[in-house]
Design a binder for this molecule. Sequence first.
Ligand SMILES: [Cu+2]
Length: 468
Amino acid sequence: MLSRRKFINATAMTAVTAAAVSGRAQAAAIPEAATMKDPATQPPLAPHTGPDYNPIVTLNGWTAPWRMNGDWKEFHLVAQPVVREIAPGMKAYLWGYNGQSPGPTIEAVEGDKVRIFVTNKLPEHTTVHWHGQRLPNGMDGVGGLTQPHIKPGQTFVYEFQLRRAGTYMYHPHADEMVQMAMGMMGMFVVHPKVPEDRRVDRDFAFLLNAYDIEAGSYVPKIMTMLEFNLWTWNSRAFPGIDPFVVAKNDRVRMRIGNLTMTNHPIHIHGHEFRVSGTDGGHVPEGASWPEVTVDIAVGQMRDLEFVADEPGDWAVHCHKSHHTMNAMGHTVKTYIGANLRGMQKKIRTVAPGYMPMGDKGMADMGEMEMPLPDNTLPMMTGFAQFGAVEMGGMFSVLKVREGLSAGDYKDPGSYKNPEGTVAYEFKGKFASEAPRAGNALDPKKTPVDVRVIKPGSKPGSSGGHDGH
Ligand SMILES: [Cu+2]
């Protein structure tokens, strides 16, 4: 704990050494490490020092507070075990920073000198790597290679100047497989020095991550390489992921980083976006490209930008359909087309209430309230105004509404579709009951010419190879 007098002394020292390149003397006083208990999206943290910028909204997350010490912006991360709610009904025992996994988003401005204190409260050593940043080699956070490991109980200091604006991540480079499987990661956003540069109205950020937590247990299986059962955004799974709430005609940015072990094609409905940022920083406007889905590879960051000019509730999701499911058994047999009804009677003699499932697909599961083991999530779930959404995992909703005031991120509820703009059930007559005159496809009028051609031969030729 830091006494007030020590703090004042440290501040006084700042005045003396302000011109020094290294801030080692100033680092003597550690800023308090804020913690967050709430897994909901926290209001953006407006800058209270330096140039103005539009602050980040971290999906189901928050921004790390900082203090100025001379011309250094100081942050304090505490690596520690945390309890993270993945979605209501399921909690995971993870490792993270400052009370959550992911850790808080670090936000600063191009040109800022940042000093980041990292305290290790884990049971094993760690480091922090500042993924994508240009910095002195010794600040890169690769345990053993660029620095000694941070042992449990130790606090290390990272100091560097932010040389380019863009979207970055942070994560350990120490027992990496375990520590990342346990949820240790965060985002790092560097705003441009000129506040007007690439300004948007709503700037969202989230990480793609994944866990393998068996139903009924709480700790991720760290040896899993690909068969994860929880595909998450910022360690949350649908319906636990908050919506992206935006006002109609807002300029929207989504900054996405991938720290899973596979790629994720992220798809936004109803709008085209431009890929405006990559690992290398901002893409010049003329070189940005339009998409409705962008594949984000392992270790990559992508910025997507669009004008939200279509009101509605638009799905935003990973396009790998297994990644929009929660905990599922990959060994479940496929029964589509099988007649399970005959079996039902027999099985019910030994298992009353047995219900065959899956012979018509699995849509039934979205609506069914089946008893689940403790601490897991239904595979397909979530309800909206028209019924079961049948999703889980990496899925959320972009809610574009008219007349939202700036800074209003409250869930506005379901979209009220204007009359006559919702797909509806056809109640008229089918074509077979009222055939059109002169239907060219009517087999009675136009006999279909079917010929079987010997493989390897061309129609009209005698077969065999040409030219010999
Ligand atoms: Cu995916």
